[in-house]
Write a protein that binds this ligand. Structure first.
Ligand SMILES: CSC[C@@H](O)[C@@H](O)C(=O)COP(=O)(O)O
Ligand SMILES: [Zn+2]
Length: 242
């Protein structure tokens, strides 16, 4: 296949089009402004890996700006001469390999950064309806698919320390894969968050749900309510019970 054919499609769900349209949307959520953040998607049929260029305004990217790697992640099938691939590429490749991801989203969400300042080693929030959008460590015996967390569960997301360069995050990221085998996200302190899923649709849902939960946790913390407190326990942390 001609290298240009890898990024030319009229299908809005083709990875080359979807990376561009989602980054455009994410810009308006403050998730990928000032060149920060990004998305990588595996083509569901060819399994080729689509990767954004580094240091560009992600909301203005076009399909022709994208790098395409073969499914074994050993060689680029398409390399725009103007650019280098995203500095997050080693982290994306590790998620593809170790988490069987179909897509990875990296944001510089301020909610993730705030939670990394509030929580020490892991972000925790419990008993909130939106938790049900995130998979648990349990698998349905009939389908083999992960069962979602329940309203009564606690969502835990590991936090790793930021480093000067993205590739230096690799060891700590992979350590969390051992310590939190079922997590779909890792927060990087004072930096942002990496979120993955078996498909881009799932990764997008997890990103939106986790961002909502991190924003809520910061608001609860500001009122003195521990985000992982039991149902009803919040009353004892509030000065005024209405
Ligand atoms: C604002 S610089 C951000 C980068 O250092 C990095 O963390 C990032 O999120 C994007 O890196 P990039 O190489 O542009 O894909
Ligand atoms: Zn980043």
């Amino acid at each position: 296949m001609n290298s240009e054919d890898l990024i030319k499609s009229t299908d809005p769900n083709h990875p080359a089009n979807l990376i561009c349209s989602l980054c455009h949307q994410f810009y308006y959520n403050n998730w990928c402004t000032g060149t920060g953040g990004g998305i990588s998607i595996k083509h569901p049929i060819s399994n080729n890996l689509y990767i954004a260029p580094s240091g560009v305004q992600k909301e203005k990217m076009k399909p022709e700006d994208l790098f395409v790697m073969d499914p074994t992640a050993t060689k680029y099938l398409r390399q725009p001469q103007l650019y280098k691939p995203s500095a997050c590429t080693p982290l994306f490749l590790s998620c593809y390999k170790n988490k069987k991801s179909g897509a990875i989203i990296h944001t510089h969400s301020q909610h993730a950064v705030m939670c990394s300042l509030i929580f020490k080693n892991e972000f925790r929030i419990a008993n909130v309806e939106q938790i049900k959008a995130i998979p648990s460590d349990k698998v349905c015996p009939e389908t083999g698919k992960p069962i979602a967390l329940s309203y009564f569960d606690t969502l835990k997301i590991p936090i790793i320390e930021n480093m000067a360069h993205e590739d230096q995050l690799l060891d700590d990221l992979e350590k969390t894969f051992q310590e939190y085998p079922h997590t779909v996200a890792v927060i990087v302190r004072r930096h942002g968050i990496f979120i993955w899923g078996p498909t881009i649709d799932k990764a997008k849902i997890y990103n939106e749900a986790i961002d909502y939960l991190m924003e809520l946790a910061v608001k609860m913390y500001k009122l003195g309510i521990p985000p992982d407190c039991n149902i009803g326990e919040e009353k004892k942390y509030l000065n005024l019970s209405l």
